[in-house]
Design a protein around this ligand. Structure first.
Ligand code: HEC
Length: 256
């Protein structure tokens, strides 16, 4: 007697044509995934000057390298002796706060520079150094890298949301026909990439505001990759390796 459940659609009892279609799609999407990982290494992996993706890379890419201004580097380097520590820190603090012209006067930076810097950093000194009597010359050296711009974040976010949800639509659809996975686990694995895609992309924006969220970027991306790998391996296994008989009885069992 043939039970109803054995007639249910599953991956192993598909015809060759549909298996070929699913397999072709899964293979190409996996290569695409690998290429994306390579590209991440090039765009973000090198942000901290070292190969390999790290939390620092994510921070530099989205939050920026705010201690990266020339003026801060010099004040911790060859210009360290030029001003008392308290004044140096005031200048650095002003740079971190965005190096605004109004604050340049309000925070007393103008006065500090007049006392400590312009004896050399002015045209009168005759030294070949930038003239700090002019605000724009100071501003240029106080520029910091504030990471990804909001407009580029918006662009990259919408491309990823559309593109990745599309990929997971089909990977999930194929995997939903798996016979050997209990239904709650299956539903969980199918929905996981969508949840973590949203977490991943929100955390790009959050990292732009606060570097602590760089961890969430890594967790989001990692969880997405994990669910992809799980669905991919199970689907391929059931289509090409799992014996038809085992598959059908599994499907019947799980259905009850
Ligand atoms: C005794 C002279 C002297 C004084 C005082 C001085 N500087 Fe300089 N500064 C130099 C010289 C010389 C250089 C170029 C050599 C170097 O970069 O170390 C320089 C370079 C710099 C640069 C790099 C400019 C560039 O674009 O390459 C910055 C920034 C700077 N100084 C900041 C300061 C600040 C801020 C102060 C005051 C707290 C200060 N300096 C005081 C002599 C001075």
């Amino acid at each position: 007697m043939i039970s109803q459940a054995t007639h249910k659609i599953n991956l192993c009892n598909q015809g060759l044509a549909l298996k070929a279609l699913f397999t072709g799609y899964l293979v190409v999407v996996a290569i695409g995934y690998a290429m994306a990982l390579v590209q991440i290494q090039f765009t973000h992996g090198l942000a901290d000057g070292e190969l390999g993706l790290s939390v620092d890379d994510i921070v530099y890419s989205y939050y920026g390298k705010r201690s990266g201004s020339v003026i801060e580097a010099k004040l911790n380097g060859s210009m360290q002796v030029m001003a008392p520590d308290a004044d140096r820190l005031k200048i650095i603090n002003w740079v971190h706060k965005g190096a605004e012209e109004q604050a340049f006067h309000d925070m007393g930076i103008r006065k500090i520079m007049d006392t400590n810097c312009i004896m050399c950093h002015s045209p009168d000194s005759g030294m070949p150094v930038p003239d700090f009597t002019k605000f724009e010359n100071v501003a240029k050296r106080a520029e910091t890298d504030t990471g990804a711009s909001f407009s580029s974040l918006a662009r990259v976010s919408h491309i990823h949301l559309f593109g990745i949800s599309f990929i997971f639509m089909f990977v999930g659809l194929i995997f939903s026909l798996a016979a050997g996975v209990p239904k709650y686990l299956k539903a969980g694995v199918i929905v996981m990439p969508y949840v973590f895609l949203i977490i991943d992309i929100s955390s790009w924006w959050l990292t732009k505001l606060n570097p602590i969220f760089a961890w969430l970027v890594i967790i989001g991306g990692g969880a997405m990759a994990l669910s992809f790998a799980f669905m991919w391996i199970v689907s391929m296994y059931e289509m090409w390796i799992m014996p038809r008989k085992v598959c059908d009885t599994r499907a019947a069992l799980l259905d009850e």
